[in-house]
Design a protein around this ligand. Structure first.
Ligand code: GAP
Length: 442
């Protein structure tokens, strides 16, 4: 744990606690750990993949299924070299870096507050530009002609497919294209757990509008995306909007808002909503020689749509939802840790817990319930500790309901269903259990 990972925000759980919980309970592991790891690359464990999938599904539901103006896309990570030249990333996607002449460490120039090394106070070199894209080669010859990049954003896959999507879906303006996928950046300033990773996932929407309506849609999407996070549980005190100053705007943006979350290291970007104008479609049309304009049947006119782009990070949203949901309570003098995640995000919906594992009839009944409830969401079975410990385990990972099977269950064919948040317990007939739980968790 380095200095950056210390808790600076009063009231917010510190990052070290979350890093430890994530590893111990199987949410997130360090990548290639047995070989000493690979800096700022992370693997999602059994619970992590559940939460991450739930998060992506929720985004897709809001952005695609609940609307009738958005199509989906899954473009490849590898793209023609010229895409990145045209988009401005080959020349523009750079950080200015300085090296320490004594300890040889490298820093981002804009994050250094003095003109000496922040670690050892040594002399620094002049700033040098460093492109954040990972380079690789297609085919067997490692030459400049075969150089390609791992995409640093998923957006370009949408722009270069604009005409394909338009033709095959017969969409009219305004409409959007949504995509979730991996992106890669050779980040220099790392730390803060998954906040700034070298391999991460983005959830991006490119929303194509008439130029004259673009400002209205920009405002619409800023509000829409802010509300998405609060709808699924982020507390109002931990989230805010911040407008970019002119000098921090990306090379393609006319205007941008960040949805910021109060991370332990302070307010930081969770998602950006950018007004990309017609920058990308125009650039790709000019360089490829293939027009990416939209023919408006009513106006009998070619239009270059303007683009509003809400671009969020899956990994950052994951971290924000976990940080926001973590709470510690005192119950009968004992500490109770609860991950109070929204029901759609919780990785495990139900845990089935037999109270007396020595009694074969109880085990058989619990296993039958476990099997019956499984199928549409994650259900776990656990008989490896006392009931108090089993409840604590499930609370700590945010399991919504615990179903306990006891001696009485054999007689009355009822089980106890315990609610994670209220800890209220109800006896429910086994015959009604599946529909009862289904209604609560879906
Ligand atoms: N297409 C626009 C774009 O890529 P960005 O602000 O550079 O814009 C969008 O990235 C989102 O992607 C960020 O708000 C953040 O959530 C996520 N993101 C960017 N770099 C990241 C990194 N190194 N690690 C984790 N998430 C990252």
């Amino acid at each position: 744990m380095n200095k950056e990972q210390s808790n600076e925000v009063p009231g917010m759980v510190d990052l070290a606690t979350i890093v430890s919980l994530c590893k111990r309970r199987g949410f997130i592991y360090q990548n290639s750990e047995i070989y000493g790891g690979l800096g700022s690359v992370w693997d999602y464990g059994p619970l992590g993949v559940e939460l991450k999938n739930n998060l992506k599904r929720l985004w897709w539901k809001s952005m695609v299924y609940e609307r009738n103006d958005v199509e989906g896309l899954d473009a490849a990570i590898l793209m023609n070299h010229d895409v990145w030249k045209t988009s401005g990333h080959v020349t523009g996607f750079k950080d200015l870096l300085v090296d320490c002449k004594s300890c040889k460490k490298r820093f981002r120039h804009d994050l250094i507050k003095s003109d000496v090394c922040p670690e050892c106070k040594g002399e620094l070199t002049e700033p040098k530009a460093f492109n954040l894209m990972f380079r690789t080669f297609v085919g067997s010859v490692e030459s400049d002609a075969n150089e390609i990049f791992l995409r640093p954003e998923t957006a370009q896959g949408i722009f270069v497919n604009f005409k394909n999507i338009l033709t095959s879906s017969r969409r009219k303006l305004p409409f959007g294209v949504a995509q979730i996928g991996k992106a890669f950046r050779n980040e220099i300033t790392t730390g803060n757990f998954t906040f700034r990773s070298r391999e991460f996932e983005q959830m991006e929407l490119e929303y194509f509008t008439y130029p004259e309506e673009s400002d209205k849609w920009f405002e619409y999407w800023v509000n829409e995306r802010f509300n998405w996070y609060t709808t699924y549980g982020i507390k109002n005190a931990n989230i805010r909007l911040r407008k970019h100053d002119k000098e921090e705007l990306a090379h393609y943006a006319k205007s941008c808002y960040d949805v910021e979350f109060l991370f332990p290291m302070g307010w930081s970007e969770l998602e950006g909503i950018a007004h990309r104008t017609d920058f990308d479609l125009k650039q790709h049309s000019a360089v490829s020689g293939k027009s990416l304009s939209y023919f408006d049947e009513e106006r009998k006119q070619d239009i270059m749509p303007h683009v509003i782009e809400p671009s969020g990070g899956v990994d950052r949203a994951f971290l924000a939802f976990v940080l926001d949901a973590y709470r510690e309570e005192k119950v009968r003098g004992e500490k109770r840790v609860v991950l109070g995640l929204n029901k759609f995000l919780a990785p495990v919906k139900v845990a089935v817990l037999p109270l007396l594992k020595k009694k074969p009839e109880i085990v058989a009944m619990a296993k039958a319930i476990y099997k019956d409830l499984s199928g549409n969401y994650k259900v776990v079975y656990d008989d490896t500790a006392s009931i108090g410990k089993l409840y604590r385990r499930q609370d700590e990972i945010g399991t919504l309901y615990c179903v306990t099977v006891d001696v009485e269950s054999l007689e009355d064919k009822k089980v106890t269903v315990r609610d994670r948040d209220t800890m209220e317990q109800k006896r429910i007939p086994v015959s009604d259990l599946k529909s009862y739980i289904d209604k609560l968790v879906r």
